[in-house]
Design a protein around this ligand. Structure first.
Ligand SMILES: Cc1cc2nc3c(=O)[nH]c(=O)nc-3n(C[C@H](O)[C@H](O)[C@H](O)COP(=O)(O)OP(=O)(O)OC[C@H]3O[C@@H](n4cnc5c(N)ncnc54)[C@H](O)[C@@H]3O)c2cc1C
Length: 399
């Protein structure tokens, strides 16, 4: 059970990192420890399945760099390995005058991020592209695509194992013992492993893993559930591709939108509701210790005090389908309550710092014995190969 590198977490980020490490340093012994009985069962298996273009992110940020590089690499990877995807494009639409300034900012970001082919579109052009959408002005983003990230993650896993890597499922990491200058012991519910370097890709629990040996950790993961509805088969004609609202610049979430999925379904969502447990996929899911941890975190209390109105609105839309439908009707007025069928949820691992900021950018921190991926929300699935390359370069310096 001795490894050069142990990666904690078999989601898309851990798997991409493992694959990049084997490509860069094929002689290393690498293992992934995953607590579930299969890989990709959390954020990676519960998302919108969108290949993001990079239009939203601050130029030069880790999100912008890794999304744009990761996008190109993901497309090449899918072509090489026969993974289905479609670059169907998306539109972002403003439905009222007050959103025009924010729409212009998104467009500027796209230009600054050197996205080719994006263009502003008029009310008539919105109607041409999406005949049932309503908007006064918009942006067309041709390079946005759709994919199944579960399929991508499974391919990363297969290639990693073919290259000699090990994936151990049902291995929940419960403790890490740092052996001064001699690597670490990683304790799971079943065994103890040894590793020279640890890489923490534990998603919703990445702060917990990081906190085992770092008492001064300045970040906590706050879980935000994103709930989806599917559009009834006979009403799918209302959406051709992807239709997004103008995002609220104060939040790291994109607002409820319509997505044509790679399997042909049309989904509406996700909202962003504070979850009462980290893997709380249902409205009624609740875990007292996890809820208290969030509430006790000073940063969360500040976020709650600042955005309580938005937060309550999200709870209301979560519990009352009519309110969710109303938000969707801004984009497609014809959509009705009865067109929407509940379609599950995902939970975002959103890092929040002590002073009350929801951390916008990806956050990867290095320590003597561990690399901690502490914030890898959307678009980390799109960016996974680029994040993997970044972490593999950090790891290479250690060997
Ligand atoms: C609702 C929603 C919509 C999204 N839409 C998109 C999108 O359209 N496009 C996009 O690019 N991104 C999207 N994202 C973001 C994307 O899904 C995530 O950024 C990405 O999946 C993060 O991958 P990960 O490997 O870091 O985390 P995860 O997939 O959550 O993997 C972490 C793994 O660590 C394991 N783990 C945790 N604790 C332990 C432990 N103690 N021991 C062992 N294993 C442990 C977990 O079981 C899990 O398998 C979305 C996310 C959500 C939630």
């Amino acid at each position: 059970m001795k490894y050069d590198v142990i990666i904690i977490g078999g989601g898309i980020v851990g798997l991409a990192t493992a694959l990049k490490l084997t490509e860069k340093m094929p002689a290393l012994r690498i293992a992934i420890l995953e607590k579930e009985n299969d890989i990709a069962l959390h954020q990676t298996g519960h998302n919108s399945g969108v290949i993001h273009s990079g239009i939203y992110y601050k130029p030069g940020s880790l999100k912008a760099i890794n999304c744009i590089n990761g996008y190109k690499e993901l497309i090449r990877f899918c072509d090489l390995h026969g993974i289905a995807y479609e670059l169907c494009g998306k539109i972002i639409v403003a439905t009222q005058q007050s959103e025009l300034a924010a729409l212009e900012n998104v467009y500027r970001r796209g230009i600054d991020n050197k996205l080719e082919g994006i263009r502003k579109i008029s009310r008539d052009e919105i109607r041409e592209m999406e005949p049932h959408a309503s908007g006064i002005s918009g942006i067309a983003v041709p390079q946005t695509g759709i994919i199944s990230y579960t399929g991508v993650a499974q391919t990363y896993a297969r290639l990693f194992k073919q290259a000699g890597g090990h994936i151990f499922t049902g291995e929940k990491v419960t403790d890490i013992r740092n052996r001064e200058g001699q690597g670490s012991e990683v304790v799971t519910l079943n065994k103890t492993y040894e590793a020279t370097l640890l890489i923490n890709c534990a998603g919703l629990f990445s702060d917990k893993i990081a906190a085992i040996n770092s008492k001064e950790l300045n970040v906590r993961i706050i879980p935000f559930r994103g709930e989806y509805y599917k559009i009834r088969e006979d009403r799918k004609f209302l959406v051709r591709n992807l239709i997004y609202p103008v995002p609220d610049p104060n939040f790291p979430f994109l607002g409820v939108h319509y997505t044509r999925m790679i399997d042909g379904a049309i989904e509406a969502g996700p909202n962003a509701v504070f979850a009462f447990r980290r893997e709380g996929y249902k409205r009624t899911d609740f875990k007292l210790d996890e809820l208290m941890e969030s509430i006790r975190w000073p940063g969360f209390r500040k976020v709650a005090a600042k955005y309580w109105e938005t937060g309550l609105g999200e709870f209301y839309r979560s519990f009352f389908k009519g309110a969710f439908t109303k938000a969707l009707q801004k984009l497609i007025p014809e959509i009705k309550n009865e067109d929407l069928i509940p379609a599950g949820a995902g939970v975002r691992a959103q890092a929040c710092d002590r002073t009350g900021g929801l951390i916008d950018d990806f956050l990867i921190l290095e320590d003597a014995y561990i690399v901690n991926v502490l914030n890898a929300p959307s678009p980390a699935a799109t960016s996974s190969l680029s994040i993997g390359t970044t972490i593999a370069a950090m790891a290479e310096k250690r060997f």
